[in-house]
Design a protein around this ligand. Structure first.
Ligand code: ZN
Ligand code: ZN
Length: 412
């Protein structure tokens, strides 16, 4: 392992290049599976750095660096932006109307490219194979699966471990790690319920799906509040309820869109069963003429860090950044499709968070108890990670986590 000052000075020298890249990616966001220019630019940087290039799932791109025999490490960044109109007022704001890097994936891409550059130019510090994987469409949970379906596991060398990070509101320069679940499993569920349409003046001729849907929405609230053991994590949100189009017609169907978040597969399973039971029961009570349809979509797997890998990487972070910059984070209710990749290889992984808010601003807001209203979070049109020190910390974290494996066999 290089000494912290040594490593910091190497990374500091490449920061101007990274800052340019970051601003470039931030100005030119692209939606999931359409990251054409983004992946083109990543490819040209990877080629420049001497990587072997692979493409999977359309815009997915992988750069591989090899250096003697040794451990194989895979690090992943997501590349997609969101359908959000940027309102940060930054001089490097999005130049694409209605599309914005509002989740910081541009930071993930730039820090991973920074790590590739470190490994390409500082070969004395490591041995083995470094795989930098740039994944499309994280936001829609489609990208990791697309790369896997395109032969990722068959073509790449099997890594020993996989790494990923995410920027989040928090003091910039701070790194949060956690063994076990760190992000929830997320499921979207489309439920269509059926009634019988009628003239709005003749409700007795109808089975009113609007009233039925309203009843279902209320009853669904009891799945978390009454059926889930207090203290166990579960979220059930009805994010959309659509029925009818005009005041004097009772429609013949209604559609509900549900979002489910859990940390434990057993709880998830039980919630899904409860949802089906509630919907079936309410439909029967209303005299619905046809069984409801249930359709899952945009499903995110659980992100649960391997204990051993988490300990090894957390210790490496503490040695490099100092124990006061590394903390045990709470699990987040957000979800990710990253874990599909290590799961497809059958390997352990660790996923950590990097704070990206101006430290003083975050501390002040914490003191006032106004973090959630004052600090724009991911997916907000105001989300604006501070470049320094987020870029340096994120790059250092990717390098250090990989060196915990790639640097382990070297003579002292
Ligand atoms: Zn996001
Ligand atoms: Zn994200």
């Amino acid at each position: 392992m290089p000494a912290p000052e040594q490593l910091n000075s190497i990374i500091n020298k490449q920061l101007p290049w990274q800052e340019e890249l970051y601003k470039h990616f931030h100005r030119h966001p692209e939606l999931g599976l359409k990251e054409f220019e983004t992946s083109q630019r990543i490819e040209s940087e990877l080629v420049e750095l001497g990587c072997e290039i692979h493409r999977f799932g359309g815009t997915g791109i992988v750069g591989v660096l090899r250096q003697d025999l040794g451990p194989v490490v895979l690090a992943r960044a997501d590349m997609d932006a969101l359908p959000v109109r940027e309102d940060t007022g930054l001089e490097y704001s999005s130049e694409v109307d209605g599309v914005m890097h509002a989740c910081g994936h541009d930071m993930h891409v730039t820090t991973l490219l920074g790590a590739v550059r470190f490994f390409a130019e500082n070969r004395q510090y490591w041995k083995g194979t470094y795989i930098a994987l740039f994944q499309p469409a994280e936001e829609t949970a489609a990208g990791a699966q697309a790369m896997i379906a395109d032969g990722l596991v068959e073509i790449l060398p099997r890594p020993e471990v996989a790494l990923a990070q995410h920027v989040m509101p928090g003091e910039a320069g701070m790194i949060g790690t956690k063994p076990g679940p760190i992000l929830s499993a997320g499921d979207c569920l489309r439920i269509t319920i059926y009634g019988r349409g009628a003239h709005g003046s003749m409700p007795h001729n109808s089975v009113d799906p609007v009233v039925l849907a309203a009843s279902i929405v209320l009853k669904l609230q009891t799945i978390v509040s009454r059926e889930t053991q207090p203290g166990h994590f579960a979220v059930l949100t009805v994010g959309a309820l659509n029925a009818g189009s005009t005041a004097n017609i009772i429609p013949d169907r209604a559609q509900l869109l549900l979002n489910i978040r859990t940390y434990e597969p057993e709880i998830r399973q039980r919630m899904v069963e409860s949802i089906r039971r509630v919907v079936r029961g309410e439909c029967e009570a209303a005299g619905s003429p046809k069984d409801a349809d249930f359709e899952f979509y945009d499903q995110f797997p659980l992100t649960s860090n391997d204990q051993t890998v988490n300990t090894r990487v957390t210790e490496a972070f503490e040695n490099h950044f100092g124990t006061d910059q590394v903390y045990l984070t709470d699990p987040a209710t957000a979800s990710e499709d990253f874990s599909r990749i290590p799961d497809a290889f059958g390997i352990p992984y660790v996923y950590w968070t990097v704070g990206c808010t101006d430290a003083q601003q975050y501390r002040d807001a914490s003191q006032r108890g106004t973090v959630s209203t004052e600090i724009p979070a991911n997916h907000s049109p105001f989300f604006a990670p501070v470049i320094n020190p987020t870029l340096a910390t994120g790059t250092g974290a990717q390098v250090i986590a990989a060196l915990a494996y790639l640097g382990s066999d070297l003579p002292e």
